[in-house]
Design a protein around this ligand. Structure first.
Ligand SMILES: [Zn+2]
Ligand SMILES: [Zn+2]
Ligand SMILES: [Zn+2]
Length: 336
């Protein structure tokens, strides 16, 4: 085939917040079908006997930092320190020092696990009040941890499936309170602040208004929240859930908003489970740090990153991500 008969096989889109580029390879045929049949489907581990988070085994865990009880006195949700923490010894000093040209400090902080009772019921199978209860726990622990010494950022995330990093199959999520603001959040904060400074408007509010109007990438919407497959998705079937109002601090979420967010999360994760053959995913919160500064130009949100493909070379060498499904196609599949 001669050179001039070749088709354009990809499109580049630039992220408004980070300024990074994503390559969408748009010409591979029948991709969405391939993804529906991908082989990464998460299977529920039916062995509850050795499950460290099931009721009869959980007593061996460290002391709970939070327990929610049902009317009959049985527990429905509990939060306790992670047995294999990334940060610990919160009563110690941070011990900042240098080694050659490098800076180091001790990993002082908190790492907790949030566990719901039923081994077989994850978010798509839970009732809305049960999902809102998970959000209650996030808020309650966030507020308790945010004012502790040394804590600058609190990360709340869920790994679903072994390939997404979950080592225990029982439904759970994690809260990590750390003495640094991690680079990903830092980039997002900086990008948001810089955009505000040059446009006098929140970059996230602009994107939400544009998506809400365009409808093409809106997975779900209610009075308080909108879920989209972002125009510049970094991975196939990426989703982001934003409060529609400009809100900077997750910890100020009210009870009505928790119900509405629970509905949005349930819809998005059910879409993945039912229409995408239950892939592994990571879900996490991006919110303003609790470092004592104000971040009124930031707009908190939840991100969902399904693991449906593995591209690494180009990304590692250039920082350019390659995504093989357009967010417009992804939206149609997830929301149907
Ligand atoms: Zn279990
Ligand atoms: Zn905003
Ligand atoms: Zn984010």
């Amino acid at each position: 085939m001669s050179q001039n008969k070749k088709e354009i096989v990809s499109q580049l889109r630039k992220d408004l917040v980070s300024g990074t580029w994503v390559v969408f390879s748009t010409k591979r045929k029948n991709k969405p079908d391939l993804y529906k049949k991908h082989s990464h489907a998460v299977k529920i581990d039916s062995n509850t006997k050795d499950c460290p988070f099931c009721d009869k085994n959980i007593a061996s865990q460290e002391k709970d930092t939070l327990v929610y009880l049902k009317n009959n006195g049985d527990w429905s949700l509990r939060v306790f320190p992670n047995k294999f923490p990334a940060f610990s010894c919160f009563d110690k000093d941070i011990n900042k020092r240098e080694e050659g040209p490098f800076e180091i400090m001790d990993g002082v902080g908190y790492h907790e696990v949030v566990v719901t009772r039923d081994h077989y019921k994850d978010i798509p199978d839970l009732e809305i009040p049960c999902i809102a209860e998970i959000l209650d726990a996030y808020q309650e622990r966030y507020i308790a941890l945010m004012n502790k010494k040394h804590i600058k950022y609190i990360s709340i995330f869920k790994n679903y499936g072994h390939e997404a990093g979950a080592s225990v199959g029982h439904p759970h999520s994690q809260i990590v309170a750390m003495p640094i603001i991690d680079p990903d959040v830092f980039r997002s904060l900086n990008g948001s602040e810089n955009f505000y400074m040059s446009h006098r408007e929140c970059v996230h509010c602009i994107m939400i208004a544009w998506e809400s109007e365009a409808k093409k990438r809106v997975v779900y919407e209610n009075e308080e929240f909108i879920a989209v497959c972002p125009f510049v998705s970094r991975v196939s079937f990426e989703m982001r859930i934003y409060p529609k109002k400009h809100l900077s601090y997750f910890e100020r979420i009210n009870d009505d908003q928790k119900i509405k967010l629970a509905e949005a999360i349930k819809f998005c994760l059910s879409g993945l489970k039912n229409n995408m053959n239950n892939p592994p995913y990571n879900m996490f919160l991006h919110t303003s740090p609790c470092s004592g500064q104000t971040y009124d130009n930031y707009h908190w949100h939840v991100e969902i990153f399904p693991k449906t493909n593995t591209w690494a070379g180009l990304e590692l060498s250039t920082g350019i991500e390659v995504c093989s499904v357009l967010p417009e196609e992804a939206t149609e599949i997830i929301r149907k």
